[in-house]
Design a protein around this ligand. Structure first.
Ligand code: ATP
Ligand code: AH0
Length: 403
């Protein structure tokens, strides 16, 4: 048994999710007990700067270094705080703060050194890139706890998307002996793990991808029309007062990302404020109120999820389990249920895994697997050439051990 802390802040930048868990077993026999979970909001100025960077703002290298230090320090404090009054941890799995994600692209021109010697094999041109700040060496030093981070790089290096990375963990924590399940995270971005019933070669039939926008467009809309006084549509109450425009949802669903076959991943790089501005321009032809616009973007979120199931899954699931902050959006949950009828839409809480802290738990498990030498990616999900060990291991170097 090992006590591990999982840390993550994702594309919503709403704070650092921390989970302290006890883990035993390896894969089919794995057992995870959540000892403590908490969300630690960033200081407003730091959150604002991260959102600007996620929105494409430029940084000098000095500003980049300072931001990385600030995030690492915040993550280290979250790790210390989650242990207060709880058992101490032996390992940290830190996803870090996502600031940039580039899915594998076809038009990458890599320079080749003209060494005149044996040609260097040109890395696959379809190379992705994904950057999460909060460097592990500093977290390890500040906490005195071995820290694993940078989980996406190894999957990308073998040609994968680098996301979603949780399906392997979902498979062992949330699969069912008889029911086919979709575990649907609704964070800033939405991502699904399709878990066949645990029969036969079910592991080979696991699927997963980023479905598209989760809360990102809804948050951007609320922030825009309230001049930042509100940051999200609490319980979906504002959207519930509007009427969705089906013509716009159908028009937006025809866009490339929603039609693209998996493996696929995305982020705020696509579902950005600029994307929202195009939606607002499209909506002007229909004279929508702000409530109608919010209802229509909520409908797009729900429709993009269901469209991807109907288009890319071998069959519809027996049930859908929601997690992530969007699982608290009651209007979105109701629209998903109406669109998926008769498939029940539940939350992972009802299957015994915290909907609020499942992502943080997942990175604790990924760090635990790294420590055991167990690969953490699913090539059939990310498109990677093979299963690989995920994460860089950083050991604390206290003075007496320093070499
Ligand atoms: N009660 C609520 N009603 C509606 N929306 C909510 C509620 N609580 C949280 N949210 C939404 O959840 C978002 C945060 O969700 P979460 O923490 O899962 O995002 P994230 O992990 O940063 O995103 P990602 O998974 O894309 O990295 C908030 O920005 C907000 O939009
Ligand atoms: C680059 C990045 O942070 N991507 C996130 C994002 O937020 C949701 C979705 O897109 C998911 O694919 C991913 O995170 C989760 C933890 C994952 O990798 O499974």
């Amino acid at each position: 048994m090992m006590r591990v802390i999982g840390l993550i802040s994702g594309t919503s930048v709403d704070g650092i999710d921390a989970a302290l868990v006890e883990i035993s077993g390896k894969d089919l026999d794995i057992e995870v007990t959540l000892l403590a979970g908490a969300t630690y909001p960033y200081p407003d100025a730091l959150s604002k700067q991260i959102l600007e960077v996620c929105g494409g703002a430029s940084l000098s290298m000095a500003e980049f270094a300072q931001l990385d230090d600030a995030i690492a320090s915040a993550f280290a404090q979250a790790a210390q705080n989650i242990q207060n009054g709880n058992p101490t941890a032996e390992l940290i799995g830190s996803h870090g703060q996502n600031v940039y994600h580039r899915p594998p692209t076809d038009d990458l021109e890599l320079p080749i050194l003209d060494s005149g010697l044996k040609k260097i094999p040109n890395p696959k041109s379809k190379m992705g890139y994904s950057l999460q700040l909060g460097r592990g060496a500093l977290i390890a030093h500040l906490t005195g706890i071995p820290t694993v981070n940078n989980f996406r790089a190894a999957d990308i290096a073998v040609g994968g998307q680098g996301a979603p990375m949780v399906p392997a963990v979902d498979a062992y924590l949330l699969s069912h002996p008889d029911k086919h399940r979709c575990v649907q995270n609704i964070g800033g971005i939405g991502n699904v793990a399709y878990l066949p019933a645990r029969q036969g070669n079910w592991l080979e039939d696991i699927r997963g991808w980023d479905t598209g926008p989760g809360n990102a467009l809804l948050d951007l809309t609320v922030q825009h029309f309230t001049n930042g006084s509100k940051t999200y549509d609490q319980d979906g109450a504002w959207a519930a007062t509007g009427t969705p425009c089906k013509a716009l949802v159908d028009q937006w669903l025809s866009q490339d990302y929603f039609q693209q076959s998996p493996p696929k991943s995305t982020g705020r790089e696509l579902f950005s404020f600029e994307y929202l501005q195009h939606c607002i321009a499209d909506a002007s032809a229909y004279e929508l109120s702000t409530s109608d616009l919010l209802a229509t973007l909520t409908e797009l979120t729900a429709a993009s999820i269901v469209h991807s199931y109907r288009t890319f899954l071998p069959r519809m699931p027996d049930e859908v389990l929601l997690c992530g902050g969007g699982s608290r959006n009651l209007y979105l949950k109701q629209r998903l249920q109406a669109t998926l009828e008769p498939v029940p839409v539940l939350t992972t809480d009802e299957a015994g895994v915290s909907a609020d802290f499942k992502e943080a738990i997942a990175f604790a498990v990924l760090a635990y697997w790294r420590n055991l030498g167990i690969p953490g990616n699913l090539p059939q999900v990310t498109g990677a050439d093979k299963a690989v060990l995920l994460g860089d291991v950083h050991l604390p170097h206290n003075s007496k051990d320093a070499r």
